[in-house]
Design a protein around this ligand. Structure first.
Ligand code: HAM
Length: 430
């Protein structure tokens, strides 16, 4: 029966788990709006080229993790493993660079797919929330994007966080660093894993990110990217740090932070959870600058920076930190009906209540009065509206305030406006 269960690395999100998802989405979107970022939605699959070239064909993502398939027209398509390549593709395709409103500040959320080994915080389908800001090479924009990230986390109630930053430099700096890396690894190349030997040829920076060789003695002594930054790149990094200082956003510089995607230059950053007891994977969010990526998609020279986190990992962080999670809202009213006629009348009443915006429900299992009251309690209903044969004969209902225990008779014709007014009064009291 395996085939009738969840595929490995995926999950169902049941109603009781949805609230925290909605909370994270809401807070993230509202914060983005405060920073003047606008939402963009792109397809869940793209031509494989978009990721192969966008993310980079020396990355683990492209080499080992993509869900790639042929459609019936024999095109190679891929379920998106991340959002940046798609957003850049859309930016070029719709010539968003032509808009007078620059930089173009976008955010997105949706499922991403990577064929990885599942563990806590690592799924094969996960939901990213990300932002991309295109069209400015100011280090102030890098700081803004980080400020936005920290603001989202603060609003969610996360406190055990560490922002780690690095600079990979511009092309000239990267070439210098690449040469130094090759010189460093070449004599002992045969002691590295097969993947790293291939990386050596194509992109030696990737070696520093190897999951197998991370404890190899050559790693600790590898030349630092920060020692190979040219004047301009150092200046850029210095200005970013100065801006973060001004905003009083704490950070650590880690010259070993290289990130797993090929498109980065200058700024790279990750946000880690430092909550005691957080699992093995502590990275909550990753991002960086990708000047040059827009040209790769056939657009004009346009710098860009962004980040993405997965909602799954933020939930782990919220739970590990013991942040109070949102709880279900109770019903406004539960209609208790006794007898067939009353149940009919209750249907009509419910429909009217709901149209008036009152959150309400009734029994459909022909339960006894006591059990219907229990249901009202279970749904945390503020009011029980009781329709018995007696009441029905007089075209009224007994309305009971569940917490206070007070009750009164209200004419059916008056019930909807009466209840709305009561509920409004309660809201003002809260
Ligand atoms: P990334 O580092 O590959 O970067 O992923 C960003 C975040 O997505 C991670 O920090 C983690 O929160 C989440 N994530 C990645 N893989 C998984 C997984 N298998 N299960 C659960 N969560 C996962 C990017 O994707 C870049 N597009 C970020 C970016 C945007 N850079 C510039 N702009």
């Amino acid at each position: 029966m395996m085939a009738m269960q969840l595929p490995r690395g995926t999950q169902d999100i049941l109603p009781e788990d949805i609230l925290v998802w909605k909370q994270i989405e809401k807070v993230s979107m509202e914060t983005c709006e405060a920073y003047n970022f606008k939402e963009i939605r792109t397809p869940i699959f793209e031509h494989t080229e978009v990721f192969a070239r966008g993310v980079g064909d020396t990355t683990d993502i492209v080499q080992k993790e993509m869900y790639t398939f042929k459609d019936r027209g024999d095109r190679s398509l891929t379920l998106r493993p991340e959002g940046t390549a798609s957003v850049v593709r859309a930016f070029v395709e719709h010539k968003l660079y032509g808009s007078p409103a620059q930089p173009t500040k976008l955010f997105y959320t949706g499922p991403m797919f990577r064929y990885e080994r599942p563990q806590a915080g690592r799924m094969r389908q996960f939901v990213q929330f990300g932002v991309e800001a295109l069209g400015s090479a100011s280090p102030q924009l890098d700081a803004e994007v980080m400020a936005l990230l920290m603001d989202i986390c603060r609003r969610l109630g996360l406190t055990h966080l560490k922002l780690v930053i690095n600079s990979l430099g511009d092309t000239e700096s990267r070439v210098a660093h690449r040469e130094a890396l090759m010189k460093h690894f070449e004599p002992e190349l045969h002691t590295l894993c097969g993947d790293c030997q291939q990386r050596f040829e194509k992109n030696p920076l990737r070696i520093l990110d190897c999951k197998k060789d991370h404890a190899h003695p050559l790693m600790a002594t590898a030349p630092s990217v920060l020692d190979h930054l040219n004047e301009e790149s150092s200046q850029y990094f210095a200005e970013l740090k100065q801006t973060l200082d001004l905003l009083e956003i704490p950070y650590e510089v880690d010259a070993n932070l290289v990130r797993g995607l090929d498109y980065y230059n200058h700024t790279a950053f990750e946000l880690m959870s430092t909550a005691p007891g957080f699992g093995a994977i502590t990275t909550l969010c990753g991002g960086g600058r990708y000047n040059g990526l827009v040209e790769q998609f056939g657009g004009p020279e346009t710098p860009g920076i962004g980040f993405a986190f997965s909602i799954e990992r933020l939930i782990l962080a919220l739970k590990t930190e013991g942040v109070a999670l949102p709880t279900a809202q109770g019903l406004d009213a539960y209609v208790i009906a006794l007898g067939k006629d009353a149940h009919m009348q209750a249907m009509k009443l419910l429909y009217d209540l709901r149209q008036a915006g009152v959150h309400a429900d009734k029994d459909y299992l022909d339960k006894k009065m006591k059990a219907q009251f229990k249901a009202a309690d279970r749904y945390h209903a503020k009011y029980a509206v009781i329709l018995g044969e007696d009441e029905l004969a007089r075209s009224c209902a007994v309305v009971k305030h569940m917490q206070r225990g007070t009750q009164q008779e209200v004419a059916l014709s008056e019930l909807v406006p009466w209840l709305r007014q009561e509920l409004e009064g309660e809201e003002h009291h809260e």
